[in-house]
Design a protein around this ligand. Structure first.
Ligand code: ATP
Length: 226
């Protein structure tokens, strides 16, 4: 499988704060990698460096032939236009076929009557579904998701995980940060445990079970305490 993301010896310092320390890893096409860490471990900073939203202090980042799609931790959506018009605008701006707008929202199970209402009238879960549809529209080959399940109820999380699993089967690669370890375990092939800016351990998942989630939580607690 081709490598879609390669991060080598990456550091990020914010003045005196060393937020990301000597991080190296790669992701292949069709692979989902989890980033697991306590608050302040450096997950969002690492993702922002990969996307070029913040400049890294040292090291290299390569995503050959693909520009990563991004779901931020707190997506900022316009409130006065509808989800459908927002996605239509994305399709137009990105040269995608216009019907993808409707298809992407349908895939996220955003109710048909809601798609044409202004986003300002949506619940938190509906906004998150819209943001996910916007991120995944056009089938990007590399997707960085920062807390993708935020604001979704149990059914919504199961639906999103199933959709992400389908995209993975079709060859998309994911880098996903989440505090919901049981969700991460369902989708990911490997998990990178982050603490104090470093990747402390890489754990390969085999069973995608609650038992594996528990093991990850124990490892995270151990690394975070050190
Ligand atoms: N713009 C910034 N300026 C200074 N320090 C920052 C900045 N952004 C993040 N940091 C610091 O870098 C460290 C890592 O933050 P980051 O947001 O990457 O953590 P995180 O693992 O994503 O946490 P969370 O799970 O709470 O979202 C923290 O100590 C944070 O205070």
């Amino acid at each position: 499988m081709p490598t879609v993301l390669s991060v080598s010896s990456l550091h990020k310092r914010y003045r005196e704060k060393h937020a990301v320390k000597n991080v190296s890893f790669s992701i292949q096409s069709g692979e989902a990698v989890g980033l697991l860490g306590a608050n302040g471990a450096g997950k969002s900073t690492l993702i922002k460096c990969i996307l070029g939203l913040t400049r890294s202090s040292e090291g290299s980042i390569d995503h050959p032939g693909t520009s990563p799609a991004y779901l931020p931790e707190l997506p900022q959506l316009p409130t006065s236009i509808s989800a459908l018009n927002l996605l239509r605008f994305k399709c137009k701006a990105s040269g995608l076929i216009p019907t993808l707008a409707e298809e992407s929202l349908a895939a996220m199970n955003l109710a048909p009557d809601a798609r044409s209402r202004p986003i300002g009238q949506y619940s938190k879960g509906m906004r998150q579904r819209t943001a996910l549809a916007l991120t995944l529209c056009g089938d990007p080959q590399l997707v960085c998701l920062d807390e993708p399940m935020s604001g979704l109820d149990a059914l919504g999380r199961a639906e999103v995980l199933s959709l992400l699993g389908e995209k993975k089967q079709q060859g998309a690669a994911f880098l996903m940060s989440s505090h919901i370890v049981s969700d991460m375990v369902q989708l990911c092939d490997r998990v990178l445990i982050m603490a104090h800016g470093c990747i402390c351990e890489e754990v390969r998942l085999h069973e995608h079970s609650l038992a594996e989630a528990k093991v990850l939580e124990e490892k995270l607690a151990r690394w975070t305490r050190q």
